[in-house]
Design a protein around this ligand. Structure first.
Ligand SMILES: Cc1ncc(C[n+]2csc(CCOP(=O)(O)OP(=O)(O)O)c2C)c(N)n1
Ligand SMILES: [Mg+2]
Length: 362
């Protein structure tokens, strides 16, 4: 029989828990807030441990997304996940860890890439962390060369537009500084041509920095989102540190692209909590922290109490420690792996005939 004290405490709490969390007119139900919070914390713990790995010699270079978890989690949870043109394509950047975690990536796979293990499913231990590739979820390889994902994205959207009755969309994500590249303009142009507008959701994660160059020194326009207007592309600026606002902005944008089969642009204002990468030390900086701010709101609303929040952190830290221990015991890539699986096998590749070694599972 259930402990009567426990039941009574549960009932008392149920009576005081807010059913939802609101920002202005928008809200999220309590259970979704709890789910989002857990993903944000798991992603953050994974990356904090990865930064330690970079400093301790368990890994080397680190780059990633602490400070982007609120928006990126809301993005990952709303993706139409699968393989092929009926599903969403993701052309991501190197700070999308929380998106992958929200989509269901086990934390150990992020750690495996950081530890450069042969078991890393994204790159076989041969690429930087955050450089994901998941064919079964339409996650295209993340490139270190910034912004070229914006010139590739219209290609998958063009193909999706040909699917009769399809509602799969193409999602492309990059940073604020990268929008200076011509590739960003190419995406605006190719997504909005009146002859064939495309279902492209363009997302700019504006953290105010391009390595050490600050936003205000480079942008004459007030908002990057304003650059969508001359192309007739609807656009909005959202507080990417607020999961409630982010969720609804993404929901609106996705619904537009899915149903109207035309583009949309979101500029999300986010923090960069550990500098650009391990190359600049990756020390924690004093910018707004989306997890801390969310927890303050969850506590105030009675959705989680301090003990429950602490438990989420403890469980995530334990999950990450176990993942590091396991990953470090796994094999490194072999010299003969260096040039393997570089090109997708194609019998019609006239440029590199025979210059590929097949798919990893082949
Ligand atoms: C084509 C190209 N030019 C320059 C670089 C060097 N680079 C790497 S990251 C970066 C800054 C990117 O800033 P932003 O687009 O705002 O993204 P953030 O890193 O702030 O998320 C630059 C210039 C590069 N990788 N690729
Ligand atoms: Mg930036």
């Amino acid at each position: 029989m259930a402990d009567p004290d426990f039941v009574a405490a549960g009932q008392r709490r149920a009576a005081t828990v807010a059913p939802e969390l609101s920002t202005g007119d928008e809200s999220l139900p309590a259970d979704l807030c709890v789910r989002i919070h857990r993903i944000m914390v798991r992603s953050r713990k994974m990356e904090e441990r990865m930064i330690k790995m970079a400093k301790s010699g368990e890994g080397y270079f680190w780059i990633g997304g602490p400070g982007e978890e609120a928006f990126n989690t809301c993005l990952g949870l709303q993706v139409k996940k699968g393989r092929g043109p009926e599903f969403d394509y993701l052309h991501l950047h190197y700070r999308n860890e929380a998106t992958l975690v929200a989509m269901g990536m086990p934390l150990i796979d992020g750690i495996r890439q950081m530890a450069m293990r042969r078991t890393d499913p994204h790159s076989m231990g041969r690429n930087f962390p955050g450089h994901f590739c998941v064919p079964e979820w339409n996650v295209l390889p993340v490139s270190s060369v910034i912004e070229n994902q914006f010139v590739v994205a219209p290609g998958t959207a063009m193909m999706q537009k040909r699917v009769p009755g399809g509602d799969g969309i193409t999602i492309v994500v990059g940073g604020d500084a990268g929008t200076a590249e011509g590739d960003f303009a190419s995406c605006l142009i190719w997504s909005s041509r009146p002859v064939n507008p495309l279902p492209v959701l363009m997302i700019v994660m504006n953290n105010g920095w391009g390595i050490s160059t600050c936003y205000s020194s480079q942008h004459a326009e007030k908002h990057i989102a304003d650059r969508a207007r001359p192309f007739g592309i609807p656009a909005e600026v959202v507080d990417g540190n607020d999961p409630v606002a982010s969720w609804h902005s993404i929901r609106r944008a996705m619904s537009h692209c899915r149903t109207k089969r035309t583009p949309y642009l979101i500029e999300a204002i986010v923090s960069r909590l550990h500098g650009h990468s391990s190359s600049s030390g990756a020390a924690r900086v004093n910018e707004p922290d989306c997890i801390e701010m969310f927890e303050t709101r969850l506590l105030r609303a009675g959705i989680l109490d301090a003990e429950e929040i602490a438990k989420v952190h403890e469980e995530a830290a334990a999950e990450v420690e176990e993942a590091v221990e396991q990953a470090m015991s796994e094999p490194l890539p072999l010299p003969e792996d260096v040039e393997r699986f570089t090109y997708y096998p194609s019998p019609v590749d006239v440029v590199y005939p025979g210059d590929y070694t097949g798919l990893p599972q082949a």
